[in-house]
Design a protein. Structure first.
Length: 386
C-alpha cells in the first residue's frame, strides 16, 4: 500500500500514525513543509520517502508532489493527516488522484455547520436553533425568537476562531462592524456541558472503537476568555450519548475514519443537543489518552483498519483519563514541582503544548489516570487552583 501522510510533523505526537503504517508494511510517503533534517528521527525512520514543499497552501506544489509519488510508486491508496485543518485540501487531492476517502462533493455536510444541522435533524438528533444570518435585520429577527445571548460562528470554520458570544444589541452591532466577510451562522446559546463521542470506524461504517469525554468548558470560552481547560474520559459511556453517536455515524456515512462528535448536555433537562461533527480524532493529546485509558495502541489499531480493515486487539475502558491544562500567564497555588510531587503517582504524562494549540489547550498539559473518577477530578481541581 502507498499511503501519503500529510503534514506528518504536526501535531508532534502524530508521528505515531506513520510508525504504525510502516509496521504494517505500507510505503509511507511523507508530504510536508518541514525540512527533512528537522524531523524527529522516529518519523524519518517510518518514511519510504519524504517530499518537502515550500507552501502547503500552494496546490500546484502539492500536485507536483503527488504526481511524483504516483510516478515512482504507482497508485496512491490513501492520504490523510488526521487533522481537520487539511480536510478540504486532502479531499481535493483524493478527488484529483482517485483515492478512496472523503471527496470534494462530500465536504459540505461535514464542514458547514448549517448543513450539519439538517443531517442531525434527519437522523432524529436534537440540535440548537440556528440559521445563516446575512444582515443585522436577520440577526434581530432570530434573536426575537431566542433571546440573548446568542453565539455567532463561521458557517465553515475550525475550532473557535472568529466565534462570538453576543449578549446585547451593542455587542450585536459591534459584531457586524468587525466580523470577517464570510458566511456566519447564529445559534441560540445553550446552557449545558459539553460531551463528545469519539472513535474509529471501518470501511463499511462499522463502529470498531469508541469512547466519550466530558469537558469543563467549551473551546470558545477557553480561547475568548484566555482560561484553561480540562476534560476526562468516561469508563462507561452514557447510553444516550452512544445512541446519538451511532445515529450520526450512520447519517454521515463515516467510513474508515476517526470521528469526534460534540454535544451539549442541557443543565435543566439532562438531554443531549448535537453541536457539530469532526471527521478526525479529537485534538491535542487525546489519541494518547485513548491509549492510557484502554492500555492499547490506537495508532496501531488505526493502521490495522487502513491496511486490513480490522483492529488487531479488543479494547476495554479500564481507567478515567483526564487532561489538565495550565497557562503560563496564570498564578497557580501549586508550582509545577509541587504538582509532580503531590500527584506524581496519578500523572501518566506531562509536557509542553505546541504553540499553535496553546490558546485552546494551554501552555502545559498534565494527563491524569485513575480507576475512580473523583480522585482524578480532585487532583484536577488542585492543579488548576489559582
Amino acid at each position: 500500500m502507498n499511503y501519503v501522510y500529510f503534514s506528518p510533523h504536526f501535531p508532534p505526537n502524530y508521528y505515531n500514525f506513520c510508525l504504525a503504517l510502516r509496521k504494517f508494511g505500507a510505503n509511507v510517503l511523507g508530504l510536508g513543509d518541514q525540512n527533512y533534517h528537522e524531523l524527529r528521527p522516529e518519523l524519518k525512520s517510518a518514511f519510504t520517502e519524504y517530499f518537502k514543499v515550500e507552501d502547503m497552501h500552494n496546490y500546484t506544489q502539492l500536485l507536483k508532489a503527488m504526481g511524483y509519488f504516483t510516478w515512482k510508486y504507482g497508485k496512491i491508496n490513501g492520504i490523510d493527516s488526521n487533522n481537520e485543518y487539511w480536510l478540504e485540501t486532502e479531499a481535493k487531492l483524493r478527488t484529483d488522484f482517485n483515492i478512496d476517502g472523503i471527496r470534494q462533493h462530500e465536504l459540505d455536510i461535514i464542514k458547514q455547520k448549517s448543513q450539519m444541522k439538517k443531517v442531525f435533524q434527519a437522523a432524529g438528533v436534537a440540535v440548537a436553533r440556528g440559521r445563516i444570518i446575512d444582515t443585522f435585520k436577520d440577526a434581530q429577527n432570530f434573536i426575537n425568537e431566542t433571546g440573548y445571548p446568542v453565539v455567532a460562528k463561521p458557517d465553515t470554520g475550525v475550532g473557535a476562531a472568529n466565534t462570538y458570544k453576543i449578549r446585547n444589541e451593542d455587542e450585536l452591532r459591534f459584531f457586524f462592524e468587525t466580523k470577517p466577510d464570510i458566511p456566519y451562522i447564529m445559534e441560540e446559546f445553550i446552557h449545558g456541558d459539553i460531551e463528545s463521542f469519539d472513535g474509529l470506524t471501518d470501511k463499511y461504517g462499522n463502529l470498531l472503537f469508541f469512547t466519550g469525554h466530558a469537558y469543563d468548558s467549551g473551546v470558545m470560552e477557553v480561547v475568548n476568555n484566555d482560561t484553561h481547560v480540562s476534560y476526562y474520559s468516561f469508563r462507561d459511556v452514557p447510553k444516550d450519548l452512544e445512541e446519538a453517536g451511532r445515529k450520526i455515524i450512520k447519517a454521515f456515512k463515516v467510513k474508515s475514519r476517526f470521528f469526534h462528535f460534540e454535544f451539549f448536555r442541557l443543565h435543566d433537562t439532562g438531554k443531549l443537543v448535537a453541536l457539530e461533527v469532526n471527521m478526525r480524532p479529537p485534538g491535542g493529546f487525546t489519541t494518547d489518552m485513548f491509549n492510557y485509558a484502554c492500555d492499547f495502541d490506537i495508532y496501531q489499531e488505526w493502521a490495522g483498519v487502513v491496511i486490513n480493515n480490522k483492529m488487531t486487539a479488543s479494547f476495554a475502558r479500564k481507567y478515567h483519563v483526564c487532561y489538565v491544562s495550565r497557562k503560563f500567564n496564570k498564578n497557580y497555588v501549586l508550582s509545577h514541582e509541587q504538582v509532580l510531587d503531590k500527584f506524581g503517582s496519578s500523572i501518566i504524562h506531562h509536557d509542553n503544548v505546541p504553540g499553535a494549540l496553546a490558546p485552546a489547550l494551554g501552555n502545559y498539559g498534565y494527563i491524569l489516570r485513575g480507576k475512580d473518577l473523583e480522585p482524578v477530578l480532585a487532583a484536577q481541581r488542585e492543579i488548576q487552583k489559582m
